[in-house]
Design a protein. Structure first.
Length: 75
């Protein structure tokens, strides 16, 4: 079995995992986090889908302003 290196332990931050916490509690917390993320995922996706047109228009405006500045500087 291959052990995954914990970056905090490798860098010497003193992180020792969940020392002193019962394993059942760690599993329950991980399960609760996964359930919360599963429940929030559709709303996060909806936020991305709703923001996409605004981000696209902002990018087009940004590139347009940048092109206009270059054209004005070249003339």
């Amino acid at each position: 079995m291959r052990a995954t290196a914990n970056i905090a332990a490798v860098r010497g931050y003193g992180y020792a995992g969940y020392a002193g916490v019962p394993a059942g509690l760690v599993r329950a917390a991980r399960f609760a986090k996964n359930v919360a993320l599963f429940a929030a995922a559709p709303f996060i996706g909806l936020a991305y889908a709703a923001a996409f047109p605004f981000v696209g228009v902002a990018m087009l405006a940004w590139y347009g302003v940048r092109a206009a500045r270059r054209r004005a500087a070249a003339a």
